[in-house]
Design a protein around this ligand. Structure first.
Ligand SMILES: Cc1cc2nc3c(=O)[nH]c(=O)nc-3n(C[C@H](O)[C@H](O)[C@H](O)COP(=O)(O)OP(=O)(O)OC[C@H]3O[C@@H](n4cnc5c(N)ncnc54)[C@H](O)[C@@H]3O)c2cc1C
Length: 221
């Protein structure tokens, strides 16, 4: 069943852990004990009798850097908050899609993927079957992050890749929003919510929001 991406995004972004989680699995196995793996393990701990986390590194008790996460030594900033697949298996985090790190979407994406897993496991779906419902939710998150980071990359004059259809119009709209976010607190709040991945990018594209942004930009010329 089709669900509007902005609704899915808002629902997943505001999801809270289940108050009385149902145990659905004996043992869940998570490969990779970094951002996405640990968050997914946290969700699975609500729904499995035990969770086994495997990593190629020795995981110490502290938070020191380790070879499996070479980017761990870099400063990280978080600006906010199916198909034919084997049953009982999902992929989360950078294993699904990784973005230009400059936009700081990787950790928010990993957290939202874990929220998708939580919503999926709470929906009554069979956790041993192909997780189509999970991937449908996760796709909304991945597409939103991918769209934002690639369109920002395309705006750089040094990037020579062909621009997709409609690119000039979407660039114009995006410039209106960014410009208005500097002078108008209402647009700024909406813009922040999208950059922080709390709201879907389409919430900035409504005629009312765009008209307000254009008005604000004209009145502050
Ligand atoms: C330079 C840089 C800067 C970044 N800055 C930001 C930022 O400011 N803000 C932000 O939100 N995101 C940033 N990111 C992106 C962010 O780091 C990733 O999106 C995030 O770490 C993804 O988490 P993950 O758990 O999917 O993958 P990773 O963090 O890469 O973890 C993968 C895990 O899998 C393990 N593993 C790998 N192979 C195996 C195997 N064969 N068997 C078992 N375990 C295995 C590894 O040891 C590791 O523990 C940055 C990325 C880079 C490279």
């Amino acid at each position: 069943m089709y669900q509007r991406p902005a609704r899915v995004f808002a629902r997943i972004g505001e999801a809270r852990p289940a108050a009385a989680p149902r145990v659905l699995l004996g043992r869940a196995v998570v490969l990779g004990a970094s951002m996405a793996g640990l968050l997914a393990a946290r969700v699975l701990a609500d729904h499995a009798q035990s969770v086994l986390i495997l990593d190629r590194d020795e995981i110490g008790a502290g938070a020191e850097p380790r070879p499996g996460v070479p980017q761990g030594t870099q400063m990280h900033a978080d600006p906010g908050a199916g198909c034919r697949v084997p049953g009982g298996v999902v992929a989360v985090g950078d294993a699904v899609a990784s973005f230009n790190p400059i936009y700081g979407q990787g950790m928010s994406s990993a957290a939202l993927h874990a929220s998708c897993l939580s919503a999926y496991l709470r929906s009554g779906a069979d956790p041993r079957g192909p997780a189509r419902g999970f991937f449908a939710l996760q796709r909304v998150i991945v597409d939103a992050a991918w769209g934002m980071s690639t369109s920002a990359d395309l705006a750089r004059p040094s990037v020579s890749a062909p621009r997709p259809r409609g690119y000039r119009l979407s660039r114009w709209a995006s410039n209106q929003i960014v410009g208005a976010s500097i002078v108008d607190p209402v647009i700024a709040r909406r813009f922040d919510a999208v950059v922080e991945m709390r709201r879907h990018p389409s919430t900035l594209a409504s005629p009312a929001v765009l008209a307000r942004a254009v008005r604000m930009n004209r009145s502050h010329r």
